[in-house]
Design a protein around this ligand. Structure first.
Ligand code: ZN
Length: 196
């Protein structure tokens, strides 16, 4: 297991749609070791998630985990989840509506920049875990936002592409100074309302 280099915006691999992994590949020692590296690298960088192409491999694997995260202290916890060949689909929420939420995001591949993006509040995610077992799950709220961010990576999409109001771009320093308090207040109310 080892911590790998995270590539940054401008590297072509971040813009390349990643390819599916075959069952034989997934079972191989090479891919299992790669998944261990992906998890180690995510944790080392205090990321809420990391996609395979962020460490240079254009294959459809991502790791997601939120514990007590100093980068995102308002995020509800997510147990370690490795998704392989994921498919994400927006769905209606419990009240039948397709709700969106504006989330201030950052990315390990976009150093020192944050911006606001609109995310679906309710999504269905189908994927294989690292053992090849199929999962079909519903994610909600900020957790759903984290899945959308990571799965976007596998399609070559960065959060930068989804920022519609470019005046919301900030460095992490200016976010802390001028924007953090209002965002955390709004998003804490949101998390309390939707439950995740
Ligand atoms: Zn990212």
């Amino acid at each position: 297991m080892s911590v790998r280099e995270i590539v940054t915006v401008g590297h072509p691999v971040l813009r390349e749609p990643a390819r599916d992994v075959t069952p034989d590949e997934l079972a191989s020692p090479e891919i299992q070791a790669f998944i261990d590296d992906l998890i180690d690298t995510m944790r080392h960088a205090n990321g809420a998630g990391l996609a395979a192409n962020q460490i240079g491999e254009p294959i459809r694997i991502a790791a997601i985990e939120v514990t007590d995260n100093p980068r995102y202290p308002y995020k509800p916890r997510i147990p370690l989840t490795v998704v392989v060949n994921p498919v994400l689909e927006p769905i209606a929420g419990p009240d039948g509506a397709h709700e969106m939420v504006e989330i201030n995001e950052g990315c390990l591949s976009v150093p020192n920049l944050r911006g606001n993006v609109m995310r679906h509040v309710d999504v269905r995610v189908r994927y294989l875990d690292r053992h090849g077992v199929a999962h079909d799950e519903v994610k909600r709220g900020l957790t759903a936002g984290t899945f959308q961010h990571e799965l976007d990576h596998l399609d070559g999409v960065l959060f930068l592409d989804r920022v519609t109001d470019t005046t919301t771009f900030t460095t992490w320093e200016q976010f802390e100074r001028f924007h953090r308090a209002a965002f955390v207040e709004r998003i804490t109310e949101f998390v309390a309302r939707v439950g995740s």
